[in-house]
Write a protein that binds this ligand. Structure first.
Ligand SMILES: [Zn+2]
Ligand SMILES: [Zn+2]
Length: 267
């Protein structure tokens, strides 16, 4: 059973239309496809949906049009700093893309240069940045309980190619594990996000491997998502992800099917 619940389109910052995404998913044999347009953040509208209601109408029309071939869901990706009305959507994907320091919202995933500016706001101390990020995100997860938690360790986006501030530091791992264990106390599903691989900047999904081992140990629920912005990458690294997760010890992942999040076997 193949599915994806982290999908962007030309209605926000994606490159393909919603219908192109649906057609690509049908061609690849998906059972479900969930859209997760970016909800509005007033402090930065550059990447957001322009009109939430017309987004809902567009995806709902596709849900009806292709109901014989695939289940289509209207989800939303909300940023931790600005909540949206979740009752309008089939599911809520909760993510953290910014860190607010002294009134400035620093972007974490829009280039290593912007992440550097954020680091400067922490006097160049990566552990202080990481602690603030995880603290903020974990508090959001506890309070909001999104259905799916997006890219838990997004601050490591440029780690392999440019930043190198976190993964070589054992103290970073301790910190990330401490906060992930807290987040895992909530009944949420953690996404294994292959988006960085599609962009060619990472070799493995979010979250990094040690955190996946921890999720396994905590018996947390996981889901495989591509965070796709283009119809060609809607299933990027999915087959590899299944094997990767099996090697870590997972036997099940979750999917949204027949309007319910349910367990499916990885074997
Ligand atoms: Zn995101
Ligand atoms: Zn996204």
């Amino acid at each position: 059973m193949i599915s994806n619940f982290h999908t962007h389109t030309t209605l926000c910052d994606g490159k393909s239309s919603p219908e192109e995404m649906v057609l690509s998913a049908i061609e690849k044999g998906f059972s479900s496809l969930g859209f997760s347009g970016h909800a509005i953040t007033d402090f930065d509208r550059s990447y957001c949906l322009k009109d939430i209601d017309s987004y809902i109408d567009t995806i709902t029309a596709l849900k009806e049009k292709y109901k014989k071939e695939i289940e289509v869901y209207v989800g939303i990706e909300e940023d931790a700093y600005q909540w949206t009305d979740r009752s309008k959507f089939d599911y809520l994907l909760g993510s953290s893309h910014y860190l607010k320091v002294d009134g400035i919202y620093h972007q974490l995933d829009c280039g290593a240069d912007k992440l550097q500016t954020c680091l400067d706001a922490f006097s160049g101390n990566p552990l202080a940045l990481a602690e603030a990020y995880f603290q903020q995100f974990t508090a959001y997860i506890k309070e909001r309980k999104p259905d799916i938690v997006g890219h838990f360790d997004l601050i490591t986006k440029y780690e392999e190619s440019q930043t190198g501030w976190f993964l070589s530091n054992p103290q970073y791992h301790k910190l990330a594990e401490k906060y992930l264990a807290l987040a895992a106390e909530n009944d949420v599903i953690f996404e294994v996000n292959t988006g960085g691989i599609a962009r060619g900047i990472r070799s493995t999904p979010y979250p990094y491997e040690n955190l996946l081992y921890l999720l396994k140990k905590e018996n947390a629920k996981i889901i495989i998502n591509s965070d796709s912005h283009h119809m060609d990458t809607v299933d990027c690294w999915f087959a590899e992800a299944r094997n990767y997760l099996k090697d870590i010890g997972f036997q099940f992942i979750y999917t949204l099917y027949h309007n319910e999040f349910q367990k499916v076997s990885l074997v």
